[in-house]
Structure formats: C-alpha cells, structure tokens
Ligand binder design. Structure first.
Ligand code: NAD
Length: 492
C-alpha cells in the first residue's frame, strides 16, 4: 500500500517521489510505504496552511470550529477499530491499548470542540485596570500556522493531542508524524477531509526528522512549533526556532520515579508498578521506571513483582490477550538490549528478563526486565531506556526517597504510593515534576495539563492550557472618557 502526503486538500507524493517502508514490528515485514517528504513538501504545506488561514479559517468563530471538531470526533469513533488495528500494525502496541488510544483521540476532539465554543464567550472580556477613562478588552487570536512534530509511541493520540487544540484555537496546521508510525495521522487527515475541514487547514507531510522535520522546525512561516520527542531532537528544534526568534513548546523525555511506602497493599503496588513502567512496552515518556521501595517491604514486594513480570503475556499486538508487544523497531530493541548490557556491566543485577535472545524468534521483542542494585552513576538510573525495563531500589526514610526520586536531569512525572494521606501529600508536593500520580501511575486525562520541568521540556499540553498554547492574547485599550487627554495641550 502506497500512502500519500495531504497538502491543500490533495493527496500527493513527495516532491522527489521517494518513499520510506512501513514495517510491522511483530512480523518484521514491510507492509506499506509512506512519502519521504522533503523541504519542498514542507514549503508547499506551509504555503497551503497560510492560504487557508487567511482565506477565512482565522476568522471562523469557535462555534464553527467546534462543529468540525465534533464531526472529526465522530469520524474517529466510526473508524475506531480500524484505527486501533492500524496503530497495532504500525507500532506493535497491544490492541487493548490501541483501542483505548482511539477512544482517547475522539474524546480529545470533542473536548476541544467544547473549549472552542466557550472561547467565543470570552472574546472581548474586559479586565479591571483601576482607571475609568479607559476600557481594556482581551481578544484571543490564533497564533497562525502551527508546526506539529510528534513521535511514534502513541501515534494517533500524539497527533490528536496537538491537532485538536491547534484547530480549536483557529490555527491552521502542518503536522509531521514520526517516520516510524505515520499511518493513523494520514487516516486522521482523511477523516478531517470527510468531516468538511477546509482544504489547507490540516496538512500532513511524512518523512524523516532530519529532512521534513528540520524544515518544519526552521520554517519562517510557522508561528508556533509544538514538538514532542527526545531531548536531542528537541534541542535541535529549539536551536532552529532560536534563529527565527520563534515560539516553541517542547514535550521531551523522562526518567520518572515511583516511591512505594511500606503501608500500601503490595498487590496494588505491583499493579501500578507494571502500569507505570511496562504499559506500551515501557515506550512511554512518563514511564515510572525507577521504582523506590521502602526497606521493610522490599523483599516481599520483589517476590510479588517477579511473579507478576514473568507471568506477563508477551506476543503480537493483534492478539487480544497480549499484555506486552514488540518494540517499535530493530534499532530500538538493540538500543534497549545494549543499555541493559552496559547497565549490568556497571553493576546492576537482573531479577528477571535482561536476555534478548530468550525472546520470540520473529518480531522486535525485548523481555520485560527488572534490575536491582542500580547505582546513581549507572546509565540505567540516569538515561531514558524507552523499553520494558525498570529498576528497583530500596530506601529507608521519606527524605531519602524524595532525594532519590528528584535525582534526575528530567522532571516529567513521578508517582507516590502511600496510604498515609499527610505523608502522600507532603511527598507529592516535594517531587520535582510536571505530573505527580498519587496511589496510581500512568493515567492521562485530556482535561489536565501535560508536560514537564527540567530537561523534560516546558509549557503544557492538554486542558485549556493546551489550547492557549496556540492562541495569542491581544489587549485592545480604548479611551472612553469625554475629557480631552490634555498632556500636551493643557494650558500651563
Ligand atoms: P525523536 O526525537 O527521535 O522523534 C520525534 C519526532 O521528531 C519525529 O517525528 C522525528 O522525525 C522528529 N525529529 C527528529 N529530529 C528532528 C529534527 N532535528 N528537527 C525536527 N524534527 C525532528 O523521538 P522518538 O524516538 O520518535 O520518540 C521517543 C521520545 O519522545 C522519547 O524521548 C520520549 O520520552 C519522547 N516523548 C515525550 C512525550 C511527552 O509528552 N513528553 C510523549 C511521547 C514521547
């Protein structure tokens, strides 16, 4: 199957006609192709987006945009199963998780439809300035053309979380999905086309980060870049934006910690440890992959965790019973294997997993792996692994747990499991992270802000903050007094 870019409402090959293969991580077979988009394709998409913006999209009301967003949500709902199957094939995730993603994407469009509508009532809001000669009113205006760059780990959701708020704000969009999982973003464009979104408002260019991605980040016609991906790519995107003095929001990686206090139910704790570290094969930016367990329950928890991890059903994502699927690519599997090997050389001990040769024959599988005795210098402690790998460390006091949890250059998320409410709240407020989960790990809600601190990036996606990322705030100040101003004209 050959796919095409979506530019100005037309399905078109890349300017060079070159393509990239799409590989099913469970079978290692190529089953489709996507365009290898070039700078020229990005330029055409940005021109189309500018044209659509100025032809009227910029001046639509929130209510008009809400109607279209709801139609897109309906389209996603109608095709939810097919979209889920597509993401499974494209990136290997278990179907049960892909179905959840499709539901989340539809919810996201409906949610931002509501916010777009509510925005109309806020246009012209007056603010108190303490001077009755003036009236100051606010206008929320679309930032312009939004350049969206997203990763492969939640393909449909990554796209929805940015496209929906950008359209709600009245921006037109050029999105470059990951070269490793672009198919559901192309489907989203087809759904938007069917829903009646005007040509050029949403454009999709597939291709490599160093080619199409780099041009999008550095394009002077882009008012706002919203990037989700790794720290190294984020740094390059920020450098490109700095040249233009252009706005950018970065949602980057993490190395999040989960603190387990001795007073919790250990079976519940194991459940949340698995959710926090092995969901989507651990390919989650906010994975709580550093698990800190209070001394007195450490051994008992390890016994339960070991039993749970070795009992996980590893297999192809298409299988309804699969809990852990293959990783996205051979390169990612090899990277995870190499990091675990180096971590073991640096002194870590394997509780279970850790041996890639013990995995399935075909498919980019890596066994769920638990490591112990991971020192603070060990790369398994400092680096994001982005695979089904977690480390467990013991602590004795609350202060020690907080210190260990915050010992990271990242600050995306953190979790605390603790039944003592006062202690739980104290710890939650001491954790340096954009997201703190208490007595759970992993849930993400469209209505709540998403993003991190330190090298996990800055600004917030989702919630009302996600839409405001794509809005410019203008003040209109009117002199309403009958009196002459008099500064230069008053008699002395
Ligand atoms: P990546 O940085 O390799 O790629 C992300 C996207 O950026 C892709 O579309 C890629 O083509 C593009 N890209 C790469 N180099 C670029 C450049 N120089 N200029 C412009 N675009 C470029 O990341 P990945 O491997 O796709 O995803 C994994 C990373 O994403 C992990 O570090 C993970 O933590 C992070 N992530 C973060 C969040 C979050 O919300 N904070 C969510 C998901 C993933």
């Amino acid at each position: 199957m050959q796919n095409l870019n979506f530019i100005e409402g037309r399905w078109t090959p890349s300017a060079t006609g070159q393509t990239l293969p799409v590989i099913d991580p469970a079978t290692e077979q190529a089953f489709a192709e996507i365009p290898r988009g070039t700078a020229e394709d990005i330029d055409a998409a940005v021109t189309a987006a500018e044209k659509a913006l100025n032809a009227g999209w910029r001046n639509t009301t929130g209510a008009q945009r809400a109607k279209l967003l709801r139609a897109i949500a309906q389209g996603i709902e109608a095709e939810a199963e097919a979209l889920a199957q597509l993401d499974v094939r494209d990136c290997g995730k278990p179907i049960i998780e892909a179905r959840y993603d499709a539901g989340d994407a539809a919810l996201c469009f409906n949610y931002y439809a509501d916010l777009a509508e509510a925005l109309d009532a806020r246009q012209g809001e007056a603010i108190a300035i303490g001077d009755d000669r003036f009236e100051v009113k606010l206008r929320y205006e679309p930032a312009g053309v939004a350049g969206l760059i997203v990763p492969w780990n939640f393909p449909l959701v990554n796209a929805a979380w940015k496209v929906a708020p950008a359209l709600a704000a009245g921006c037109s969009v050029v999105i470059k999905p990951s070269e490793l999982a672009s198919l559901s973003t192309l489907s989203l464009a087809r759904i938007a086309e069917t829903a009646g979104l005007p040509a050029g408002v949403l454009n999709v260019v597939t291709g490599l980060g160093s080619e199409a991605g780099a041009r999008l980040a550095g394009h002077p016609g882009i008012a706002k870049v919203s990037f989700t991906g790794g720290v190294d790519s984020g740094r390059r995107v920020m450098q490109a934006r700095a040249e233009l003095v252009g706005d950018v929001a970065l949602e980057l990686g993490g190395k999040s910690a989960m603190i387990v206090f001795a007073d919790v139910d250990l079976d519940h704790a194991v459940e949340w440890i698995l959710m926090g570290s092995l969901y989507n094969q651990g390919q989650v930016c906010a994975a709580t992959s550093r698990v800190l367990v209070q001394e007195s329950v450490y051994e008992a928890l390890l016994t339960k965790l070991h039993a749970a991890v070795v009992g996980l059903r590893v297999g192809a994502g298409v299988d309804d019973t699969t809990q852990v699927g293959p990783l996205i690519s051979a390169a990612q599997r090899d990277r995870v294997a190499s990091m675990v090997r180096q971590g073991i050389e640096q002194g870590a001990r394997v509780l279970c997993g850790g041996d890639v040769s013990a995995s399935h024959g075909t498919g980019f599988y890596y066994p769920p792996t638990v490591l112990l005795d991971v020192s603070r210098e060990n790369l398994l402690w400092t680096e994001e692994i982005f695979g089904p790998v977690l480390s467990v460390t013991r602590f004795s006091t609350e202060a020690q747990a907080i210190e260990l949890a915050n010992d990271s250059r990242f600050g995306l998320a953190a979790a605390v499991l603790c039944n003592d409410q006062a202690q739980r709240e104290r710890v939650a407020s001491s954790l340096v992270a954009g997201i703190v989960w208490a007595n759970c790990s992993g849930p993400a809600f469209i209505q709540a802000p998403w993003g991190g601190v330190k090298q996990s990036g800055f600004r917030r996606g989702l919630g009302e903050w996600g839409m405001h990322e794509f809005l410019e705030l203008k003040q209109i100040t009117t002199y309403i007094s009958d009196q002459a101003w008099g500064h230069f004209t008053a008699a002395s």
